[in-house]
Write a protein that binds this ligand. Structure first.
Ligand code: LLP
Length: 425
């Protein structure tokens, strides 16, 4: 089932013609399909049948409350990395016993808040963090359930900026050190070891790195049990990649990934925690934008859009490729040109696509959309150049709703104030 598709000339999101939304909402805006999220979740859940698993959505991929609520209703847990994400996950109705807390830099205040809310597991990334957590838990007369995130020293194969499992990365603890720290944790007050954790990177489309990582984490967990630790959870992180280069979803990779989970862990009788972000959301969202200008220079056709790197960082940051298409197909005739599609931001890196094949007659005011930006799209946006933050719209069948209003410069300047010596008297 495709949730964004052309009917005749027009792009539809589910049963809603996107052009009709453009009449009410100013571009650029993010547009999500509710049913595609539900579909992705249930596909994964169904595939995992037979294994005791928690699907803890990685909130950093998309933290909009309506999105979190959609996932909560599906039965998702959450992988959070800040107090803000925890607050949003709880507000959306994600149960605390399905929440795991990742990240190398949790503040004391954040740890205290997560303790008060009795989350399922802290994924601890250093000895110092463990000591700090123990002392906060002691002060609060609380019990911190922990796993150590191990660094398996595996090259995951995705973009270097989103690879996390090599020993030179800041993430996790080497297996040697982790052995010592688990033994130490056993004697720490107010700390209860409940699991082991691993996360090797993102946008991974090869099974081998996962295979190596899962094997390592399982054998490590077995070693810990032999030493008397009680391991209830194995958290295998996120990382499942998606196909950005065309319309197709690569379900075969998902099934290969799930088979690997089953084959590796089924006999262990552990609860397997998964932390998918991109897989659940990437293909559920598009960024709708408008052509501001066309410009020809130095043998290049530039198409200048009202969306830029402030709205979508991925191309500038990781050279990520997202397909750009017209909202109304008529605009895309056989008579095409190669455009460099850029945004309005005053940065050379503000390129959304180095090469997009689009109609020659495309013109000012035409609507385009950038595909597969439901994950790490809006979540990574900024108001650089004092641009507004784009609104977010959720479609279900023929209904649509503005789930996040456009945040304007005036909204943000409310938090600024003129230093007294600069004010006129
Ligand atoms: N768990 C942990 C501990 C993580 O750090 C991440 C992502 C995930 C789970 C979810 O990974 P996923 O299933 O989405 O691959 N901004 C980058 C991606 C950065 C991922 C950071 N960590 C991008 O736009 O490609």
């Amino acid at each position: 089932m495709k949730y964004f598709k052309y009917k005749g000339k027009n792009l539809f999101c589910e049963k809603k013609r996107v052009l009709d939304i453009c009449k009410n909402i100013e571009t650029p805006f993010y547009l999500y399909s509710y049913n595609s999220i539900v579909n992705n979740f249930s596909k994964l859940k169904k595939a995992l049948k037979g294994i005791n698993a928690i699907i803890a959505f990685s909130v950093k991929a998309n933290s909009n409350l309506s999105i979190l609520k959609t996932l909560a209703k599906c039965g998702a847990g959450a992988d959070i990395v800040s107090m803000g994400e925890l607050k949003k996950a709880l507000e959306a109705g994600i149960p605390n016993n399905k929440i795991v807390y990742s990240g190398v830099g949790k503040s004391k205040e954040e740890m205290a808040f997560a303790l008060e809310n009795k989350i399922e597991q802290f994924n601890v990334e250093s000895l110092e963090e463990l000591y700090t957590l123990s002392s906060i838990a002691k002060k609060k007369n609380n019990l911190a359930k922990i796993a150590l995130r191990i660094n398996p020293d595996i090259i995951a194969g995705g973009h270097p900026k989103i690879s996390t499992g090599k020993k030179t990365d800041k993430f996790g603890i080497s297996i040697n050190d982790a052995h010592k720290i688990y033994d130490l944790a056993k004697n720490l007050k107010n700390i209860k070891v409940v699991g082991v954790d691993i996360h090797i990177g993102s946008q991974i489309l090869k099974i081998l790195p996962f295979k190596r990582a899962f094997k390592k984490v399982l054998s490590f967990s077995n070693d810990l049990e032999k030493k008397g630790h009680n391991i209830k959870n194995i958290d295998i992180g996120g990382g499942i990649g998606v196909n950005y280069s065309n319309d197709k979803d690569i379900d075969s990779f998902l099934y290969e990934y799930v088979d690997l989970i089953k084959n590796t862990f089924i006999k262990s009788n552990k609860t397997i925690i998964l932390e998918p972000g991109r897989y659940l959301l990437a293909n559920c969202g598009i960024l709708v934008t408008k052509v501001l200008f066309k410009k020809y220079s130095e043998n290049k056709n530039f198409l200048i859009l009202d969306a830029g790197m402030n709205n979508l960082m991925r191309p500038a940051l990781y050279d990520a490729k997202h397909i750009i298409k017209p909202l109304i197909k008529e605009v895309q005739t056989n008579d095409c040109l190669d455009y460099e599609v850029v945004g309005p931001i005053c940065e050379t890196a503000d390129i959304l696509s180095k090469e997009s094949h689009l109609a020659k007659n495309i013109s000012q005011g035409d609507y385009l959309f950038i595909d597969k930006v439901g994950a790490y799209g809006s979540a990574m946006s900024s108001c650089y150049n004092s641009k507004d933050l784009a609104s977010e719209i959720l479609v279900k069948d023929e209904k649509f709703y503005e789930i996040k209003k456009r945040i304007k410069t005036e909204d943000l300047t409310k938090f600024e104030s003129i230093a007294p010596w600069l004010r006129k008297n």
